[in-house]
Design a protein around this ligand. Structure first.
Ligand code: AQP
Length: 329
């Protein structure tokens, strides 16, 4: 039996994009043959941002479909939805009692959201990393494959685990973060910020059809002018990042050589990249289309995943309640 346990999550907060795929989901798929894996659609995280309750159940099933289409296998991995395992929120409360507020206020994601809308920022946004720690620790997760933006939250998870262990005795591992080479894919419209579901125009959907792929690549920002020393600008670097994943090595190398020589034509690079993306994403798009047309099958998958996840989380909570001195009747 492996000592390692993999846990990761994704919010049903919009269209799953190639940033989510290359930064996280691709890694999840690769890990499912090596370790016990728990992959969770984190719906209670998503309600900390504005969302539409009427369409939310569909958004959750959509996230399940996209992940399965991308290669997660419900037979090999435990794929489930956060709200269906209430032990996550119970553990979140317990862990909040060992988490310093100052640490939560230091989180970049919180500071960014508080800066934009300080008067309406809710306590859920502040407490988000505690729920994230609870998600991972409920399964005693040791490996957490995520994008770079989650690194700080993972550091806090480790600290929360340490504080709990110091107060109540060894209980939780300190989970390690796992990155892919594409740990941070930048926005196609503004390469200074990361590609995000909540920023229309910034992303390429993982399920995009050929015309949408071609359009997204065509409008991707490249250079605004020559760069000192012929350096690669962030927008061009993003195109090469995609080329490295989706194009044959010799194609990527040919364009790299052209860039070094200063005679790279962006129109050619974009046309070639779009073609490779169309081919590479086709199986995911087709599988997604099949899955999303069968919501009952998706619901069954979620039920199956919940039945596997919940006993593990319940056992952790029983141990936690005992350690913190909760009355047993
Ligand atoms: N641009 C990115 N590059 C690499 N990895 C990324 N991830 C997100 N964006 C990129 C990783 O995808 C996983 C799931 O992300 P999430 O759903 O938890 O939310 P997020 O990090 O906040 O992603 P988004 O797309 O930016 O969503 P919104 O706009 O709703 O906030 C995580 O492992 C994340 O690191």
């Amino acid at each position: 039996m492996s000592k390692e346990v993999v846990f990761s999550g994704i919010q049903p907060s919009g269209t799953i994009h190639i940033g989510n795929y290359l930064g996280a989901i691709k890694n999840w798929v690769a890990l499912q043959d090596r370790y016990p894996c728990y992959y969770c659609v984190v719906d209670y995280h998503a309600i900390t941002s504005p969302y539409e309750p009427k369409t939310f159940p569909h958004a959750v099933l959509d996230a399940v479909a996209a992940n399965v289409a991308a290669g997660l296998d419900p037979a090999r991995s435990t794929i489930f939805v956060q709200s269906q395992v209430p032990e996550h929120t119970e553990l979140c409360w317990v862990l909040s009692a060992v988490t310093p507020v100052g640490e939560l206020q230091r989180m970049t994601q919180y500071k960014d959201r508080a800066r934009v809308r300080r008067e309406v920022v809710n306590a859920g946004v502040l407490n988000y990393p505690i729920l994230q720690a609870a998600d991972i620790l409920a399964y005693k997760g040791t490996l957490v494959p995520v994008g770079e933006d989650q690194e700080q939250h993972l550091e806090l998870t480790r600290e929360i685990a340490r504080k709990f262990n110091a107060a109540y005795g060894p209980t939780f591992p300190e989970p390690e973060v796992l990155f892919t080479p594409s740990r941070r894919l930048m926005s196609l419209s503004d390469p200074k910020v990361k590609m995000s579901k909540s920023m229309p125009g910034s992303y390429l959907s993982l399920m995009a059809d050929p015309p949408a792929i071609k359009e997204a690549v065509a409008r991707a920002v490249t250079d605004t002018g020559p760069t000192p020393g012929g350096e690669m600008t962030p927008g061009v670097a993003t195109l090469f990042q995609l080329l490295d994943v989706f194009a044959p090595a010799k194609t990527a190398e040919r364009f790299r050589a052209a860039h070094r020589a200063g005679d790279l034509r962006y129109a050619e690079l974009k046309a070639s990249l779009a073609e490779c993306l169309v081919e590479g994403l086709e199986p995911i798009r087709l599988r997604y289309r099949e899955l999303i047309a069968r919501p009952d099958t998706l619901r069954d998958m979620v039920r199956h995943g919940t039945a596997r996840a919940r006993p593990v989380a319940c056992a952790t909570l029983e141990e936690v309640r005992e350690k913190i001195g909760i009355l047993k009747t």
